[in-house]
Structures are given as C-alpha cells and as structure tokens.
Design a protein around this ligand. Structure first.
Ligand code: BG6
Ligand code: MG
Length: 218
C-alpha cells in the first residue's frame, strides 16, 4: 500500500520552473548560446552545474571556460533567479496543490521533498508550505542528480518507507526517470509525450487528487 509521497518542487508545487528557465535563458543569451524549448525541457530537474554544462554543450562551448568561470556564471544565474523569487508568495502555488497537500496530510500520508534545488527551503518557506514536509533530501549531499535514482530513493528512505510504498511526483523527464529507477510509482505532470515514461500522467496539477490517483491505479 502507498504510505508516502515524494515531491519535486519546481514545476510541481510552485510555478518556479518558469523563473529557473527565465534566468537560464538570460545567461545562455549572454554566453551566445541559442535558447529553444527542447533545451528548456532538458534543463528541468537538472542541478545547477549540470544545467550550465548542458547549455554549454548545446552551444558547442564545453571547453570554453575554466571551472572558476563556470562557477561564477552559475552564481550569476542563481542571483538572477533569487531576484525573480523576491516578490513570490503563496499565489505562486500551482492550482490544486494546496488542497492536495492538505488532503494528503488529512489521510496521514508521509511527505518528503526530492528537489534538486538548493533554494528549496527558501521557496517552501516563502510559499508557506514548509510544515507539510517532514523530511527533505539535501541535494548538496547527492552523488548523482536526476535522472539517477539516488534522490528519489533517499526521499523514500528518509520517511522510513520502502520505494514500493511511495509515489513520486514530477514535471521533468529526468525526474520521472529517477522515480522509475528508484522503484516508486511515478506521476508525471505536464506534456504527455515528454513524460510518457510515467506510470500515471496528468496534464495539470489541478488533476492531482487522491480520487484520480486511486482511479488511475485501479
Ligand atoms: C530543479 C529545477 O528543481 O532545481 C532546475 O527544476 C534547477 O531548473 C535545479 O536548475 C537546481 O536549482 P538551484 O536552485 O539549486 O539552482
Ligand atoms: Mg520540477
């Protein structure tokens, strides 16, 4: 039986994936790398340094910068991201999510956070949702980012649950791959084609309800 939910943050709980994309787009433009929807999709769920590498690779600039320069660019992106977050409040919570979290709590499900973002504590705090999550995987402690199973496996372990007792919720292709590889049930939110590997697909967070999940699993 399902006892816990392991959540991604950006693009699942809040609208912040738009801010991440905006900040990366700005940096890519500065680096002379063309931005497109495919690159934007590939960056979802991917850690800060891995995202920078994907952008450099897309522009054929993999060896163009030193490690110190790369770190400075990553910091610049994060400063832009934090500036975009400044005025964010609970209105950035995606449709249906506040009700879904309250319902999960009411039904005694355990919730953990498996976000690749080092900013996730700040974001949850600003949204007023921090109390829902009894545990959070610290992405700084991971050996491998999404699509590796490590982050979602840890998301179950910190709840003292087995993977098959957990549902992982993601909006990114790399995230769904991570959930599946960890042996959890995956819910993909967003484009059906991009997230075809998910066990259950919803096109919007509005559809994320216990009733819809039970129906999909039946
Ligand atoms: C993920 C986002 O949740 O976190 C990515 O989907 C982001 O877009 C990644 O790059 C790392 O975030 P941060 O805040 O540590 O730079
Ligand atoms: Mg996401």
């Amino acid at each position: 039986a399902i006892k816990g939910f392991v959540f991604d943050l950006d693009g699942v709980i809040a609208d912040t994936s738009v801010y991440h994309a905006q900040a990366w787009h700005q940096l890519a433009t500065e680096l002379g790398v063309a931005w497109n929807d495919e690159l934007a999709d590939d960056l979802k769920g991917v850690s800060r340094m891995d995202s920078l590498e994907l952008i450099l690779k897309a522009g054929g600039k993999t060896d163009a910068y030193t490690q110190a320069e790369k770190e400075a660019y990553a910091t610049k992106k994060n400063d832009n991201y934090l500036a975009l977050l400044k005025n964010m409040d609970a209105s950035a919570i995606l449709p249906g999510i506040a009700d879904f979290l309250a319902d999960l709590k009411k039904h005694d499900y355990q919730l953990s956070l498996a976000s690749a973002s080092k900013n996730s504590p700040l974001v949850l705090e600003q949204l007023g949702l921090a109390d829902y999550f009894s545990a959070r995987v610290d992405p700084a402690t991971l050996k491998h980012g999404k699509p590796d199973p490590e982050i979602f496996a840890r998301g179950a372990a910190i709840l003292n649950l087995r993977p098959d007792e957990c549902i992982g919720v993601e909006d990114a292709k790399a995230g769904v791959q991570s959930i599946n590889a960890a042996g959890e049930t995956s819910i993909g939110i967003g484009d059906l084609q991009t997230l075809a590997a998910a066990d259950i697909n919803f096109t919007s967070t509005k559809d994320l309800t216990l009733a819809n999940i039970e129906q999909a699993l039946a």
